[in-house]
Design a protein around this ligand. Structure first.
Ligand code: GDP
Ligand code: ZN
Length: 381
């Protein structure tokens, strides 16, 4: 496909659209846009205002959101996000290339915006597989893993658990941890791994078939960077070290939110995705105890505290072995946990709002510029 523009970045090997996630469904939805002469592209990185997008030529292009797309979005969550497929109108060399339309998302990773707003913020679109990384030592917590799986289920992606640092425990200990996870749900996909010994890599590669987009999530320190480095087959994402020059934990120059892996498949990686626990809101937290909430309806007294009360359905479920005592324990701690969550959110909210204010100013300024430019040059959107 010959395009009449000079791509700023030609650092990708020749790829087909299928290799970066394209499929029949997208093709069908795209049909009317092809007739317009627009080309399909996948958004791989959000820059300050624009996006970088991949084209089927294997090239990268800077694209801006077109006026129609802006206007048709009811909320921020409807606007293009990293991972999205879009229709781009490629312009001449000195003009901006414009996102004219957006294709439907297969999966959506979002979180509620901090604060009282019920607005959603999309972290990544079209992630197929989310691997929750934990370790076989300090981080391991079945309840938390369970919540991750609920969140992933909501996004539409396939959730996989990886228990890393197998080298630090015996085989029997690892088998016990895996069995514990299977108690959440016997169908859950869970693997033991050791990133340092390379066994984690093997497991991950099975999910990374061509066209698949995978994300790694989990607490800090469990080995995500180590795994990413191995998958990328490079050393330029620093592991656990602070760059003396930038003061940051990674080289900023090589940062891409979506990367094509040498072995096939794609990796989506950004702080929002990594720190997925930030999505946890009160409603989701409560929802993860839905079954227990249901049980409370059977307690004899409406004001049952589910501790020593007579006729408590939850206590009797624990006694009969129907309900895991650890799960009962975390249910009792739920209110404390929600209070703690709110405290943390409040703190983050203040920081985020400061940034958002700045961001909006930049966006507004840019938007005004663009409207002006539009009037002068095109007047068609
Ligand atoms: P991240 O915060 O999740 O990205 O974790 P890192 O990849 O930075 O790893 C945190 C620490 O755990 C580093 O010191 C790694 O060398 C170490 N680590 C990672 N994977 C393994 C593993 O499989 N076994 C052991 N023993 N250590 C590991
Ligand atoms: Zn009760």
């Amino acid at each position: 496909m010959a395009l009449s523009y000079s791509a700023e970045f030609a650092n990708l090997p020749e790829v087909t659209l299928e290799e970066i996630g394209w499929n029949q469904e997208f093709e069908k939805e795209f049909e009317p846009y092809r007739k317009q002469g627009w080309i399909p592209a996948r958004l791989v990185e959000e820059t300050k205002i624009n996006f970088r997008a991949w084209l089927e030529t294997g090239e990268e292009l800077e694209v801006v959101t077109g006026g129609k797309v802006w206007h048709e979005a009811d909320c921020d969550a409807d606007l293009p996000a990293v991972g999205d497929w879009v229709a781009v109108e490629v312009q001449g060399e000195d003009d901006e290339h414009i996102i004219r339309a957006q294709l439907s998302r297969v999966t959506t990773f979002s979180r509620k915006k901090p604060g009282n707003s019920s607005e959603e913020q999309v972290i990544a679109a079209n992630v197929d597989v989310v691997v929750v990384v934990t370790d076989a030592v300090a981080d391991f917590n079945v309840r938390r893993l369970e919540r991750y799986l609920i969140l992933i289920g909501k996004s539409g992606a396939r959730g996989v658990l990886l228990v890393n640092k197998a080298d630090l425990v015996t085989e029997a200990e690892m088998a016990a941890l895996v069995a514990e996870v299977k108690e959440i749900d016997p169908q859950v996909e869970v693997h033991g791994a050791s990133a340092v010994e390379g066994t984690g890599l093997e497991v991950l590669k099975n999910y990374l078939t061509p066209g698949t987009t995978l994300a790694l999530v989990g607490s800090s320190g469990v080995g995500k960077s180590t795994l990413v480095n191995q998958l990328l087959d490079r050393e330029d994402l620093l592991t656990g070290e602070v760059n003396e020059v930038t003061g940051k934990g990674r080289h900023t120059t090589s940062w891409r939110e979506l990367v094509l892996l040498p072995s096939g498949g794609m990796l989506i990686d950004n702080p929002g995705i990594r720190e997925v626990q930030m999505w946890t809101d009160e409603a989701t937290l409560r929802e993860s105890f839905f079954d227990i909430e249901e049980l409370t309806l059977q307690c004899r007294f409406a004001d049952c505290k589910h501790e020593r009360d007579a006729g408590c359905a939850i206590v009797s479920a624990v006694e009969s072995g129907e309900l895991d005592p650890a799960r009962y324990e975390s249910f009792l701690n739920l209110e404390i946990e929600i209070a703690e969550l709110k405290r943390r959110q409040k703190k983050r909210q203040m920081a985020t709002e400061r940034w958002a204010k700045r961001d909006r100013k930049i966006k507004a300024r840019n938007w005004e510029d663009r409207v002006e430019l539009d009037k002068e040059e095109r007047g068609d959107w």
